[in-house]
Write a protein that binds this ligand. Structure first.
Ligand SMILES: [Zn+2]
Length: 114
């Protein structure tokens, strides 16, 4: 359904080795089988003539989608997994963590198309 209903799907590249170091995420990643999921998206995209792209996950969570500010630079701290929402210290836009990251992932994917 994801592939059928969208011309372009973008995800972060596989990084389960790093993420499995985080105990809180380890179980959910093991359950979902991220690698298998990405393989399914790849072959379904070929089947339906859609585009599926993976991007480097670096800073997708820490970057403000509105102004490009990166958390952890200057005097700011990086967001932790507990930080579900945040306000950009530079442009003061309020973000829902995962929505902001999704926008950054999509932007990186579109940039790869060019
Ligand atoms: Zn900002």
């Amino acid at each position: 359904t994801l592939i059928k209903n969208h011309d372009l799907v973008v995800t972060e590249e596989l990084r389960s080795k790093n993420m499995l170091k985080n105990h809180a995420l380890a179980m959910s990643i093991a359950d979902v089988g991220w690698r298998t999921f990405l393989e399914m998206l790849t072959y379904k995209a070929e089947l339906y003539g859609r585009q599926f792209i993976t991007v480097n996950p670096k800073n997708t969570t820490q970057t403000c989608h509105d102004c490009g500010f990166v958390r952890g630079t200057g005097s700011t701290k990086k967001l932790t997994l507990a930080d579900r929402e945040w306000t950009c210290p530079k442009c003061h836009v309020h973000h829902i963590r995962d929505h902001n990251a999704a926008q950054n992932i999509l932007t990186k994917g579109i940039a790869k198309l060019a």
